[in-house]
Design a binder for this molecule. Structure first.
Ligand SMILES: *[C@@H]1O[C@H](CO)[C@@H](O)[C@H](O)[C@H]1NC(C)=O
Ligand SMILES: *[C@@H]1O[C@H](CO)[C@@H](O)[C@H](O)[C@H]1NC(C)=O
Length: 608
């Protein structure tokens, strides 16, 4: 086939030679000795004489001839390897001018050699691989120029087309010599950090030749990812009073970006200043620590809002719930809500004499309190509503046996370790006239001489009463409050008495004046009218017969009754002086005023 084509060429060129220089067209890279035409025939030369005329091909200067003449046939044959690309480069037509020289006579014939291209070169890229860096934030449609491939051949044998290996992100746009990668789908560094694309350049020769290059795309990071916390809510439990620097919880957020884009720091979100004082957060590692003492009794739960931020400011939030657990750090406190002191000695067993309230600021078991009193007192604690206890008597009280009780209440909570406290309340027993006066002797005997003077002493008798008021004194104690009240009462009493006496004086004065029989029945500032005598006043007649040996009465002036003030009289001043009673009277009055319905205490005994 090739040979046939060549012959057509030669025919065409022969016709052309008529009009000018002979021309020979042939492909590059033909074997040495290949015949490209018969120049003798073309120039109408006698081939038999070529040798004699020393015919030869000549080139200007020292250039290679590339062709020779077969002196026996006149054929123009290839003398050297002819590489079109070397001789003509990218020029589309490659023509070598040569001369045929004959001697005897000298003849010079110009002829042209047209060197035709064969597809003996493949398209070639400048580098084996092309590196491109593209930021992941690049928009769809972005273009990236790629250096084109070169093919030493010309025309159809040069690069005709490119093809790009199938991939998810790029397509190829080739326009003339310019080839560009076009971003068809956005990149995501977090999904694919590097992409290798095979680009192939194809020429139009036959057989077709190709060249390839690897395009190495590095996807650069953009801050397109916010940090993400590992949990939406973190829960932590923290005992109160945990030491400073105790780690409560560690929050952690990751950022898919790299470098500064993925550099996460932590901080509090919107939380109160109080919370910021109580907790601290490490900006780098997200550790939340205790900053100061935490009291369960103040706050039981903390809600912390925590923020994570990357280097360029994208942020996210999480919530940390810190449950504070109770520690038994509060001692129970005993409150005496009421105390009936003094307690009358005659109260029935089971009588409530006081109300005790126990409070413990802790919670749950730490708040459960057991309460007790010591064993050796006739009282017990009866649990009542919630943390209230009643203090009740368990037996009969007897002031004459025990007049004061120190009751120690102990409260212990059920925490671990348990905390306890105790409190002592003083309870005194009030006297009830439950003991008759008792004479020291069962019987007294006395000898009396006859004709004794009225008023002379027969004998002395003594009676004792263990009850408090008569014992009408060393044990009497006043508490501060009562003595103050008592002094008010004394003042009031003196005023009333003065007024009362003045009134009586005026009444008597008026009577005296009316009868015109002046007679005073009183003497001095304080006097008792002889007519004013208690109804059961015992009398002793002048004969000295002892009807009633000893008698004393107490008449109390009370709020509800009228005008009597305390008045005590005795037959025998030695036995029981009246002024002692009067000295004793303030507290008596206080008691009497405080309990108006009391019957006047009367102790009476007879000696026969
Ligand atoms: C010239 O042609 C003849 C006949 O074809 C051949 O025998 C001879 O080898 C050729 N000479 C050269 C130098 O090619
Ligand atoms: C009760 O305590 C007080 C003061 O501590 C003390 O003076 C008193 O003697 C005590 N009474 C009894 C009965 O123990």
């Amino acid at each position: 086939m090739m040979g046939l084509k060549l012959r057509y060429f030669v025919f065409f060129l022969m016709w052309q030679a008529v009009n000018g220089d002979a021309s020979y067209s042939f492909q590059e890279e033909m074997k040495r000795g290949s015949v490209v035409g018969n120049i003798a025939k073309d120039l109408n030369l006698d081939s038999r004489r070529l040798s004699a005329r020393n015919a030869r091909v000549d080139a200007a200067g020292n250039r290679k001839r590339y062709c020779d003449v077969n002196l026996s046939t006149g054929d123009l044959i290839v003398a050297n390897r002819i590489d079109r690309e070397e001789l003509c480069g990218e020029k589309l037509s490659c023509v070598l001018k040569r001369d045929l020289v004959l001697e005897n006579p000298l003849e010079l014939h110009h002829f042209n050699l047209h060197i035709l291209d064969i597809n003996d070169n493949s398209p070639q890229f400048n580098e084996e691989s092309i590196n491109i860096e593209i930021r992941e934030s690049a928009d769809r449609g972005a273009r990236f120029v790629i250096e084109e491939a070169h093919d030493a051949d010309v025309g159809q044998n040069s690069v005709q087309q490119y093809s790009l290996q199938n991939n998810g992100n790029f397509i190829l746009a080739a326009d003339g010599n310019t080839i560009e990668l076009v971003l068809e789908k956005e990149l995501d560094r977090e999904k694919q950090q590097e992409i290798n694309l095979l680009l192939t350049a194809l020429d139009g020769g036959s057989p077709q030749r190709s060249g390839t290059v690897v395009i190495h795309v590095t996807v650069l990071d953009a801050n397109d990812n916010a940090p993400v916390f590992s949990q939406a809510v973190y829960k932590a439990s923290l005992p109160e009073n945990s030491p400073v620097d105790t780690v409560v919880v560690t929050v952690s957020a990751s950022d898919a970006d790299e470098g500064v884009n993925g550099d996460v720091t932590y901080d509090f979100g919107h939380v109160s200043d109080d919370v910021k004082k109580i907790f601290s957060i490490d900006r780098k590692n997200g550790k939340i620590k205790v900053n100061r003492a935490i009291d369960f009794e103040t706050v039981t739960t903390y809600d912390l809002r925590i923020k994570a931020k990357d280097g360029l400011g994208l942020s996210c939030y999480t919530k940390v719930i810190v449950e504070i657990t109770d520690v038994n750090d509060n001692i129970p406190i005993i409150y005496v809500k009421s105390l009936a002191s003094p307690v009358p000695e005659n109260v029935k067993p089971g009588t409530e004499v006081g109300i005790i309230n126990i409070q413990d600021a802790d919670s749950n078991n730490n708040q459960q309190v057991r309460c007790s009193i010591q064993q050796n007192v006739p009282f017990k604690l009866v649990p009542s509503i919630k943390n209230y206890y009643s203090l009740v008597t368990t037996g009969q009280l007897d002031r004459e046996l025990e007049s004061d009780y120190n009751i120690t209440i102990t409260a212990t909570d059920e925490g671990s370790p348990p905390l306890s406290c105790s409190k002592t309340v003083q309870l005194s027993v009030a006297d009830i006239n439950d003991n008759p006066p008792v004479f020291e002797e069962q019987s007294y005997s006395a000898h009396v001489t006859e004709n004794n003077k009225p008023g002379s002493t027969l004998c002395s008798v003594t009676a004792r009463d263990p009850d408090w008021r008569q014992n009408e004194l060393k044990d009497i104690s006043y508490d501060e409050k009562n003595s103050k009240l008592t002094s008010y009462l004394i003042i009031a009493l003196v005023s009333v008495s003065t007024f009362f006496l003045t009134f009586i004086i005026i009444i008597l004065g008026v009577r005296f004046c009316r009868r015109r029989k002046p007679r005073l029945l009183f003497d001095g500032a304080v006097a008792i009218p002889s007519a004013y005598l208690p109804p059961n006043y015992a009398d002793v007649d002048g004969t000295g017969t002892l009807r009633s040996a000893y008698n004393y009465d107490a008449y109390l002036t009370t709020g509800s009754r009228t005008s009597d003030f305390k008045f005590v009289s005795s037959y025998n001043d030695n036995t029981l002086p009246a002024d002692q009673t009067l000295r004793n009277s303030p507290s008596d009055f206080a008691d009497a005023f405080g309990d108006g319905d009391d019957s006047p205490e009367v102790g009476t005994c007879f000696l026969s």
